[in-house]
Ligand binder design. Structure first.
Ligand SMILES: Cc1cc2nc3c(=O)[nH]c(=O)nc-3n(C[C@H](O)[C@H](O)[C@H](O)COP(=O)(O)OP(=O)(O)OC[C@H]3O[C@@H](n4cnc5c(N)ncnc54)[C@H](O)[C@@H]3O)c2cc1C
Ligand code: SF4
Length: 323
């Protein structure tokens, strides 16, 4: 590992002021330190933001504000989150292990990097790690990678489970940085790879996430489900955060669907949502909605299995949520 300077920020203002070229913020370090060991990340200076006083979960009117340094374990165990946003608590609990969740922060989870094997191997080309060097995953090992929204430059997936639930909940990410304070909506924090796969998000250098704000929970029943290769300690092959609100007359009054493991972003399935709202809450309608969404899929030979997997997961989850 390359030598680096370490500083612990005493305030958000100090963290932003101390951010210069070669600097990275350090949350729990469960992703960044791994990448430093692998030589993928080589910061000259780490500004530790994990002990900033941003570790509370508080109601704010009919909304809830979650501080950026709240540990994943504390988020999933919080009574307010468990009662009002059970889908979010469940998504967090499907990620990593108890030990990792005890250390990992909310902001760090959202900004963790892809687990594409070539990205993590500095002996291989990778457009995300070294722009312009190529994407060996397209002709190589892409079995776990994207089927939606990918580009000729990158087919990586975003690994966070929490981000999928936050995208379905229309969460807002509070950011402070050299350009001042702003709010970034989810979905919208993460970006599709296009020609610049090195940029995972819309954040600029020095931008510090301070909180995630949750709007009032949408009406209806909600669920997070994750399909993975083994029962625990594995990233999603495909996951879903879904909310379904069915009226007394049996028609869909509201619907939110976000998918994980299928794209460079937590993928909000807007076509499926639009296909469902106002129509019947039946298995046939769920299937048609899933197919409308997945018409856009551009799978590669070894991840084509994700298309029927995502379709079946959407249908099964909506059937479980339907009254
Ligand atoms: C074995 C293993 C399995 C895992 N499985 C899963 C899984 O199934 N699902 C899942 O969702 N996750 C999984 N994870 C990922 C884990 O949840 C992340 O490593 C963790 O959430 C990252 O949080 P952190 O606070 O440690 O971030 P760090 O590693 O400290 O930082 C990650 C990134 O965020 C930046 N950062 C941190 N805080 C801020 C801030 N406040 N503002 C701006 N930038 C910031 C850092 O600069 C860095 O780029 C797994 C991890 C491991 C090690
Ligand atoms: S898919 Fe993206 S992260 Fe993986 S090798 Fe290609 S460019 Fe790199």
């Amino acid at each position: 590992m390359r030598p680096f300077e370490y500083a612990r920020a005493a305030s958000t203002a100090e963290a932003v002021r101390d951010f210069g070229p070669g600097t990275m913020y350090l949350g729990g370090g469960t992703n960044l330190v791994d990448l430093m060991r692998l030589g993928v990340a080589e910061p000259e200076r780490l500004v530790d933001v994990s002990r900033l006083p941003l570790d509370t979960i508080e109601p704010a009117g009919d909304r809830v504000r979650v501080g950026a340094t709240v540990r994943n374990t504390d988020l999933a165990a919080d009574p307010l989150i468990r009662s009002r946003y059970p889908m979010l608590a469940r998504a967090v609990l499907t990620g990593a292990s108890g030990q990792v969740r005890n250390v990992a922060t909310v902001a760090g989870n959202l900004l963790q990097r892809t687990r594409c094997t070539y990205f993590q191997d500095v002996t291989r080309p990778c457009n995300k790690r070294r722009p312009g060097s190529g994407c060996p995953a397209i002709a190589g090992d892409h079995a776990g990678l994207a089927i939606l929204g990918s580009s000729d430059a990158c087919v990586a997936t975003h690994p966070s489970d929490m981000a999928v639930a936050l995208a379905a909940l229309d969460a807002q990410v509070h950011v402070t940085g050299p350009g001042g304070d702003r709010i970034v909506p989810m979905p919208g924090l993460h970006r599709l790879p296009g020609e610049e796969p090195e940029r995972d998000t819309v954040l600029s250098p020095g931008d510090l996430i301070t909180a995630v704000e949750l709007p009032p929970p949408p009406p209806g029943a909600s669920l997070y489900r994750k399909v993975r290769e083994r029962a625990s300690f594995a990233f999603a092959l495909v996951s879903i955060a879904a909310v379904l609100d069915v009226g007394r007359d049996g028609t869909v009054a509201g619907c939110r669907i976000a998918l994980g493991g299928v794209a460079h972003v937590p993928w909000r399935a807007e076509r499926a949502e639009q296909a469902l709202i106002g129509g019947p809450a039946t298995g046939e309608a769920f299937l048609q909605a899933a197919e409308a969404e997945l018409e856009q899929a551009r799978p590669l030979p070894r991840n084509a299995y994700k298309v029927p997997l995502a379709r079946n997961l959407i249908v099964a989850t909506l059937e479980e949520l339907a009254p």
